[in-house]
Unconditional design. Structure first.
Length: 73
C-alpha cells in the first residue's frame, strides 16, 4: 500500500507488481477526508496498522488503515 498526498488531500493505493509478466498496477483504495491544513508528510507506522499524517499546523492525524478511521487532525 502506498499513500499519495498533496495540498489538503491524501489517497491510498495498492501497488502490485508481477515479476513474471513485468506488469505493474496501481489500484485505488480510498481517498481520505479533506483536511483543514496541508498534508506535509505521511508515514506508515506498520504495514497493517496505522498511518501518521503530518499537517501544516504542526499537528499529526492518525488513520487506522484497516478500518479507514481518522483519529485526530
Amino acid at each position: 500500500m502506498i499513500a499519495v498526498f498533496g495540498e489538503k488531500n491524501a489517497k491510498l493505493f495498492y501497488l502490485r507488481a508481477d515479476a513474471e509478466s513485468l506488469q505493474v498496477r496501481l489500484e485505488f483504495v480510498n481517498q481520505l477526508p479533506r483536511f483543514e491544513h496541508w498534508v506535509m508528510d505521511v508515514k506508515f507506522l506498520n504495514p497493517d496498522g496505522y498511518l501518521a499524517l503530518g499537517l501544516s499546523d504542526n499537528s499529526v492525524a492518525f488513520l487506522d488503515v484497516a478500518g479507514l478511521t481518522l483519529m485526530g487532525g
